[in-house]
Design a protein. Structure first.
Length: 202
């Protein structure tokens, strides 16, 4: 049984990096590459391979021509990765990692699932709608999906929290958030259920 004040951390720990606009998911992948000591790949290169969609007016911020859209399409809550092509992108870019996705609703014990991944050195990216915990963020914005990495988990007084690594350019790089709020943001309450993205060695 877990100690009431135990904290399980990823080892080695993450060194924070900051995203370009719209590129939170590619930046999270960079966090994974850096922590593992793998060859670094630029955010724009990753974004292009992942098919990341950016707002048309923001193409001027990038040196690489990315997919653009005038507005977020129906059923989406943010610009970004609208199709999951990460396994193919990793293979093309010769990144020696395997990746799988897990829907929270299909996981019997989410806390244990996250604990096991941290103990085993598996990196977990969590795409979640930030509305349930937007009061903890510096940017006063709600309603959009944002990708972060899970750095640690702890249970205190019966409540479980996760330490999130946030690539946003206007954000604390590490914050503790109630696990229930993260899962709420991943739930169907905010559109299609989001899935944990877990990296492991090949």
């Amino acid at each position: 049984m877990i100690n009431a004040f135990s904290t399980i951390k990823i080892k080695p720990e993450y060194i924070p990096l900051t995203q370009q606009k719209h590129l939170c998911f590619p930046c999270c992948i960079q966090w994974v590459l850096l922590r593992r000591g793998l060859k670094m790949i630029g955010q724009e290169t990753l974004a292009k391979e992942l098919g990341v969609v950016i707002a048309s007016g923001n193409q001027k911020l990038f040196n690489t021509r990315l997919k653009t859209a005038k507005e977020v399409i129906k059923g989406k809550t943010a610009y970004g990765t609208w199709k999951f092509t990460l396994p193919q992108a990793l293979k093309k870019l010769r990144v020696p990692l395997s990746v799988k996705r897990f829907a929270p609703s299909k996981i019997k014990d989410v806390r244990k699932f996250l604990e096991d991944n941290l103990k085993n050195g598996h990196d977990t990216i969590v795409p979640t709608n930030i509305t349930p915990f937007s009061d903890q963020l510096i940017l006063d914005i709600t309603g959009y999906v944002h990708s972060m990495v899970i750095c640690a988990i702890r249970t205190k007084n019966g409540k479980t929290s996760v330490k999130l690594g946030d690539p946003a350019y206007m954000a604390k790089k590490f914050i503790w958030v109630d696990l229930g709020k993260v899962l709420a943001g991943m739930s169907k309450e905010f559109g299609k259920e989001k899935k944990f993205i877990v990296f492991s060695g090949v």
